[in-house]
Every structure is written in C-alpha cells, then in structure tokens.
Design a protein around this ligand. Structure first.
Ligand SMILES: Cc1cc2nc3c(=O)[nH]c(=O)nc-3n(C[C@H](O)[C@H](O)[C@H](O)COP(=O)(O)O)c2cc1C
Length: 403
C-alpha cells in the first residue's frame, strides 16, 4: 500500500503560487487568449453582431474562405532533427526592406467600426513590431492621420481605382507625400461580392440605430459609447456616405477596370506596386509584364467570388511562371503562425493577415492587435524550431506539403 504523510509547509508554499495580478481588465482578458480562435471568441462577445459579422463573414456560402483555411489546416509538415535551433530568425526582406516577421497587416475597410481605436492602433502595433501596415482606400482614418500615428512604420496604401481617375491620382499623391512606399492595387472587385450576413443584418455605414441595433446596443454599451464619443466614421477617399455597405462598395468599385488602368497606375505611382487579388497563373504573368513588383495571390479573404481558387495552392505554379521577375505573396485563410511558416516554405515572399489582426482589435483594441502578433510570432518560432530550421530562407517546399 502507498505510504502517506503530511506535506511540509515549505512544499505547500511551492505549490500555492497565485497568478500575478493583472490590473488592466483588457490585458487580463487578452491573457486568456492563446490562439487566434480564442481572440475571435472574445471579439464576438465584445462587438455588436453586425460589426462582427462584417469582419468574420465572407461572400455567399463562404466556401472560398472555408477552403482556404482548410488548405492551411491540411498542410503536412516534414521536420528535420538535430539541427540546433536555439536562435531563430523570423525576419525577411519584403520588396527590398527588412521586416521582423514575414507578414504584414492587410488593408481593411471600416476598421474604426470594429473598434474605435481603429487604423491608428494597427499602425502603431506595426511600428512597434517592425512589420508593414496597409491602409485601405476605405479606411476610416485619413492617409495623413494614419501616417502621423506611426511615423516610423513601413506603410503601404491600398487603392481601388474607380472611373474618376482624378480621385485615384489624388489619393496616390497624398499617400506618396505622407511616406507610403508601396501601393497595393486591388483588382478582384469589379463589383461587390454578395456578403449575405451584411444583407441579413441590414448593415449600414455609419451604423444606424434601428430597433434591432438599439437592442444589440444594450448588450454592447462600451462599443456604442466608443463609437458615439469618437470622430464620426469617415473615409480616406470619401468625405461622407450614408447607405448600406453594398451600396457604398458598388459606388467605389468599377466594373470597367482593365489593363489600361493598371498601366495608368504604374505610370502614376512612383513607388513599389503590388497587384492584389490575382487568382490564376496567366494573370500573374500578365500583371508582372505590366510592371508589378509583386503579385498577391488572394481571393480577398473569400469576400468576393465564392468557390474561388485557394491562394496557397496557386503558389507553386505562379512561382514557376513568374520566376525572379516579381515577388509572390499570399493571403486568405491565415490564422496561425504555422500557416505563415507553411506559406513561406512553399515559396511566398510575404503573407498578409486580415481577420487574424481584426479579431485582436475587436477583442482589445491596440493591445489585442499586439496579442495577435505575439501569438503568431510564438507559433511561428515554435513551428520553425520543431521543423529544424533557424531562418525563413532555410524553409523549403519539402518542409510543408499540401494534401
Ligand atoms: C473586414 C475586412 C475588410 C477588408 N477590406 C478590404 C479593403 O478595403 N481593401 C482590400 O483590398 N481588401 C480588403 N479586405 C481583404 C484583406 O485585405 C485580405 O485580402 C483578407 O482579409 C485576407 O484574408 P484573411 O482575412 O483570411 O486573412 C478586407 C478584409 C476584411 C476581413
């Protein structure tokens, strides 16, 4: 029979160690989030339904997004052992400049609707962590204010070209003057995708106080208080808009967009040019011929065409076609550091994350975005160590196979 005894007080002292007290309630909440999925759950609790669904949702049956996420989940990693991996370097060069991590914050519209701290908070986190930040044409913070919030961050501007080239030219001039060094030209939006959650929720910009939203407001008082006590939601590109999201998008998006517009942008923009929303190899080849410095394989986070190609699966054939003429980047569906390691192993030059940082923002403002970066960095470093690689350049396609 097992012999029993009374524990000594010194032994109990070792065991009874209360957790350090975190005074800040946001920090306390975030400390319990260990994955992006945890941040998403917090985001859902803290944000009114319509704003959460605008972020979380995708087009039609949401299969583009589901498949893209599934493709990352289906990756099989192949580790090497006995490689000495105490020091891991996650930095990469993206279009000629060093980034501490191989991912950037994707451009997202209406970011102050998700949390009142909005784009400025995201830009500050980019600056602190030495990664690039992108500002959307539909940002709710102006080009100049976002630049002033993070003067030392590397900044990219995302452009929607619409019929009035004058407005686009004005935005490009302002972005260049404010220190944005790269333009992401989004080309997968000739018209708006059918975001059915927004239609069903009756989402309008600015959010309207209908009976439904009013009742929802009772359960999210802090969000409404923050919305109503900060600058009204205005856009980088439009001074004022009242209407549904679909109406706004259809006003901004231009179904006549074609390669002449790309040539015009290339001739107008003095910095690096990335074409965002490429979904097949021949388009990738063509935009590079037209002067793109990078192609971003993306289906817009599944928010445009449903049942679209899965970007990570296009990586190998696109790299074969484009060679050294341009960088190939990828986004859509990235929810973990392991996903980023897989994309880099498959040959991407950079990744963009969208919802992963927006969940953080909704969960806890600037601190929540920082939590996103911390989670992704920790997961990346661990995955690289377990794979037996010390640098991103050491990652090879054989380390991560698609199934
Ligand atoms: C809420 C939200 C708003 C977005 N707004 C824009 C935008 O204004 N311009 C743009 O080019 N892409 C926009 N995107 C797409 C992102 O830039 C990016 O391609 C996508 O989020 C990547 O997929 P992920 O969310 O799975 O990471 C948006 C995405 C989300 C989730």
């Amino acid at each position: 029979m097992t012999k029993r005894r009374l524990p000594k007080p010194s032994e109990l002292k070792q065991i009874l160690r209360p957790k350090p007290i975190v005074l800040n309630p946001t920090e306390r909440r975030l400390a319990g989030a260990h994955t992006i999925a945890d941040l998403r759950m917090l985001a859902r609790k803290r944000t009114p339904r319509a704003a959460f669904d605008y972020t979380d949702g995708a087009a039609e049956l949401e299969d583009s997004l589901r498949r893209a996420r599934q493709a990352f989940r289906s990756v099989e990693f192949h580790p090497n052992v006995l490689r000495g991996v105490s020091d891991v370097d996650t930095s990469v060069s993206i279009l000629g400049k060093r980034s501490a991590l191989p991912f950037a914050f994707a451009p997202t519209g209406f970011t102050r609707m998700m949390n009142h701290e909005g784009e400025a908070a995201v830009a500050r986190v980019a600056q602190r962590n030495d990664i690039p930040f992108s500002l959307s044409t539909m940002a709710t913070t102006s080009i100049e204010d976002a630049a002033a919030a993070a003067p030392d961050a590397r900044k990219w501007f995302q452009l929607y070209v619409w019929r009035d080239h004058g407005a686009g030219e004005d935005l490009m001039n302002r972005a260049w003057a404010a220190g944005y060094d790269t333009l992401l030209l989004t080309v997968d939006t000739p018209v708006a995708g059918a975001r059915l959650r927004d239609v069903r929720n009756g989402l309008t910009i600015p959010p309207a106080l209908t009976l439904k939203t009013f009742l929802d407001g009772a359960t999210h008082p802090a969000w409404w208080f923050n919305l109503l006590t900060t600058e009204p939601l205005t856009f980088a590109s439009l001074s004022h808009f009242d209407g549904t999201v679909a109406e706004l998008l259809n006003k901004l998006f231009d179904p006549t967009l074609n390669f002449d517009d790309l040539d015009w942008v290339r001739a107008t923009w003095p910095g690096k040019l990335v074409v965002k929303g490429i979904q097949n190899v021949s388009d990738a080849r063509d935009v590079v011929k037209h002067g793109a410095d990078a192609v971003l394989l993306s289906n817009h986070g599944g928010r445009q065409l449903d049942r679209a190609p899965t970007p990570i699966e296009l990586l190998t054939p696109t790299l074969d076609a484009v060679g050294d003429d341009a960088e190939v980047w990828v986004d859509t569906g990235i929810l973990s550091g392991g996903d980023i390691v897989a994309a880099m192993a498959r040959g991407a030059s950079a990744c963009l994350i969208g919802r992963a940082f927006l969940y953080g923002l909704m969960a806890g403002g600037e601190r929540g975005v920082q939590r996103t970066v911390d989670i992704l960095r920790t997961e990346m470093v661990r995955t690289m160590q377990l794979l037996g690689v010390r640098t991103i350049a050491d990652l090879q396609p054989t380390h991560a196979t698609l199934r």
